[in-house]
Write a protein that binds this ligand. Structure first.
Ligand SMILES: Nc1ncnc2c1ncn2[C@@H]1O[C@H](COP(=O)(O)OP(=O)(O)OP(=O)(O)O)[C@@H](O)[C@H]1O
Ligand SMILES: [Mg+2]
Length: 389
């Protein structure tokens, strides 16, 4: 066992200048005393874990600025990144609970000690078969409660799936982001999914049109509200992604991000009526926000169909940077930035953008098989054991 890594360096105040926006003094929320030396960002001070994938260091101390995590392939870098994301947000970035718990164990645990606008908090996540238990400062909470005090954005090579993966992959991105930005969106989405399940169960049971009617009405109302909120958010999201794409790619192509409806070009209620025969035959609801997609285009051409691998990676990066900026705008507080494998599939220009982004961020944890050109703290990892270099 590698033991705990050395404690974080004393904060010198330099991190305040790293803020990407704001006056550097950090936001103060009414009625809350601010932590001394608060940097205007969420800061992951330490990450603890037990039985998480191949990780074997019980507690990793982190500081502000760029924290580099360097190790060979399969050493556990992505596992640390996933553990950090889980501890900061209460959400698994990928995979299932069973895959996340160490081979041969039935339960796992991860915890974060975080500094944020309202002080210091401890987030604990317990993983057991089919069950995830979240605690915030000792109280049982839900993901939405954690999102009020903490946020993190994870950038990984797998983000290329945002472009090349199925529409479901892009819907998850959009719904997860909008749910973090708006409690109303999260509540609408939950109710929409409940109504959709109910409606589908009735279709499977062969319910009559009259039997479906009340659920159909509610489905259309909720679907239209979700659609309207998505459209509104996409205006800002597409502005941000286009700006990042132009900055990173350094070419003249214009990135477009738009909502693409999976239905006839008409209002949701009418589209549902037109699809009646199909929904009877398939016993499911074939149109609605649960089928819609994000259309990603460069100069009007689909990136999925025509984009190069590098372009797809840059588009995915632009979506993640937009996520970072939107969360920062919402909380007036910079999220923790987690960049897994900064060298992966990026050319020199794109890599330079990513490193510059991490350098301007109050706290970024950056992994790679080699260290970045500069960092504030260097950690190494070998066979799941993290050490201070
Ligand atoms: N549930 C688990 N229990 C134990 N070990 C696991 C578990 N899940 C994955 N691993 C192991 O973790 C290791 C991979 O870790 P990880 O993906 O974090 O490596 P990495 O350092 O990111 O590698 P690369 O540089 O190739 O991306 C593999 O050896 C894998 O077998
Ligand atoms: Mg990896």
């Amino acid at each position: 066992m590698g033991g705990a890594v050395a404690p974080p360096r004393q904060q010198t105040g330099g991190a305040a200048q790293r803020r990407l926006k704001g006056n550097g003094s950090g936001p103060t929320r009414a009625g809350h005393a601010q932590t001394e030396g608060y940097t205007g960002s969420v800061v992951l001070r330490s990450l603890s874990q037990l039985n998480l994938r191949n990780l074997r260091t019980p507690q990793i101390e982190l500081g502000t600025g760029v924290v580099a995590l360097v190790g060979r392939n399969a050493s556990g870098k992505s596992n640390v990144m996933a553990a950090a994301y889980l501890a900061c947000t209460g959400e698994l970035p990928a995979g299932t609970i069973a895959e996340t718990v160490r081979f041969g164990e039935s339960e796992g645990f991860v915890a974060a000690e975080l500094e944020h606008a309202d002080g210091i908090s401890r987030i604990e996540v317990g993983l057991a078969p089919g069950r995830k238990q979240l605690r915030l400062d000792g109280q049982s909470v839900r993901v939405a409660d954690i999102a009020r005090v903490s946020s993190a954005v994870l950038i990984t090579p797998e983000d290329a799936e945002l472009v090349h993966g199925s529409p479901a992959r892009r819907r998850v991105y959009l719904d997860a982001l909008l749910s973090k930005l708006s409690a109303r969106y999260a509540a609408l989405l939950r109710e929409y999914q409940r109504v959709l399940e109910q409606r589908n169960a009735l279709l499977r049971g062969g319910a009559s049109a009259a039997g479906l009617e009340v659920w159909t009405e509610r489905f259309v109302v909720l679907g239209n509200e979700i659609d309207a909120l998505r459209r509104r958010a996409l205006r800002r999201l597409s502005e941000l992604t286009a700006g990042t794409y132009a900055e990173v790619a350094g070419d003249d192509k214009i990135l477009g991000v738009e909502l693409r409806h999976h239905r006839a070009a008409c209002e949701l209620g009418e589209a549902l009526a037109l699809a009646r025969a199909e929904e009877r035959a398939r016993a499911l609801t074939p149109v609605g926000p649960h089928r819609d997609d994000l259309a990603l285009t460069l100069d009007g051409h689909s990136v999925q169909a025509y984009g190069s691998r590098g372009e797809a990676r840059t588009v995915a990066l632009a979506l993640r940077v937009a996520e970072y900026r939107l969360l920062e705008e919402k909380h007036d507080e910079a999220p923790v930035l987690l960049v897994d494998d900064f060298t992966a599939e990026l050319d020199a220009g794109r890599r330079a953008f990513l490193l510059d982004l991490t350098a301007r961020t109050p706290q970024a944890l950056v992994s790679g098989t080699e260290p970045p050109p500069s960092c504030d703290r260097l950690l190494t990892i070998a066979d799941g054991v993290v050490a201070h270099a």
